[in-house]
Design a protein around this ligand. Sequence first.
Ligand code: ZN
Ligand code: MN
Length: 138
Amino acid sequence: MDKLTNIFREKNLKLTPQRYAIYKYLKSTKSHPSAEMIYDTIKADFPTMSLATVYKTVRTLIELGLVQEINVGEDNFRFDANVDNHPHIVCITCGKVDDIEDAAFEHLNQDVENFTNYKVSTHKLYFYGICPECQKEL
Ligand code: ZN
Ligand code: MN
C-alpha cells in the first residue's frame, strides 16, 4: 500500500480508494479480467463508480507500469498485474485467459534472430485452444 502510494505521489496522482481497490483486485487474481469484469467485481463496494472510471483507472495503472494490457484478439482487452513478459493461453469457447507457467520460451528470441537477422527485443505469445472445463462439455 505504501509503495503504491509513493508511486502515485511521484506522478502527482491521488491513490483514491477506487484506484486502490482496482489494483488490489488485479493483484489478487490470475483470471485476466476485462474492464467489465473488474467493474462487476468492484461495484458492490463502490456503488457510485462507473465503468468509465474503471477504464480510466486501468489506463492510469498501465501508464504507471503497474498493469499490462493483453489483447487476446478482436480488441478484447484483458488486464494483468503481473507485468513481466509471459505467455498466455485463451479458451476459444468460454474466453478464459490463463498464464502458461513453467514453460520456457526465451529461446524464441534467439531462434527468430537466427532466422531473420533482426535484433529481437521482445515478443508476445498467445495460444488459443479449449480449456479443460470446456473439453468436458464437448
Ligand atoms: Zn473454456
Ligand atoms: Mn498473465
